[in-house]
Design a protein around this ligand. Sequence first.
Ligand SMILES: [Fe+2]
Length: 287
Amino acid sequence: MAEDNLTRPDHAAADWTIPQAWNRYTSEEHATWDTLFDRQVRLLPGRVTHEFMEGLDVLRMSRSGIPNFEELSERLMRRTGWQVVAVPGLVPDDVFFDHLANRRFVAGNFIRRPEQLDYLQEPDVFHDVFGHVPLLAHPVFADYMQAYGQGGQRAAALGAIDKLARLYWYTVEFGLIRSGEGLKLYGAGIVSSFTESAFATDDPSPNRLGFDLRRLMRTKYRIDDFQQNYFVIDSFEQLLDQTLNTDFGPLYAELAEEPDIEIEAILPSDVVFTRGTQAYAREKVVA
Ligand SMILES: [Fe+2]
């Protein structure tokens, strides 16, 4: 993930990468990975899209302990030409986009502490690698991630990063996909979260709406709790096609004139899979 106003730590290279230093992980840190991994792979079958489970499998991510990025990158490179590189944490937008545009996924090399299993502010190696990397083994999703990075570079030049960031948020991090067996998870922010994996699939609170690029880029999102709204794609091909074949320059110019859409709003033009009760979010406000 990316953020503005960051200072590069002294030990990071000009592109913000650092050695993963895999040999320095303690047995407790590897055990934390195993705990997180085990409970997700018990929870996710039936909830997550099958391409995610296939990615875990072809990348041999079920082996015990925090994955070694060099080995993971070798396997990923053979399938889709992507690599995983270590960074100290969040990186600036331009650095993030440049890595994605060159098929490098940046991953935090640190892991959360055992008492932080369910909540962590900064993305750690479990979120970044378990959440994001399996789908990078899927050729179409892999191309989408590169197209997003290239789109980010154009958006930066046009002053529209805030609009494009919503595309990342509502797809790469919190996206759902249709399948013959109902709605499935693919967003990394959901699939790496024990609590949100169940919430996003089962809870009646959130809206689940059909993917609409223009509408989505006008929609606010929340970073502090479960989403109140998920967007559902038909396929990864749809995502790639719309990202490659939309003329974003004129679209950003139009969006700059239009008001943002509130998180929980449902518009007459929306394809509605679930009209959420919003009970979860309302209870939080009262509390
Ligand atoms: Fe992420």
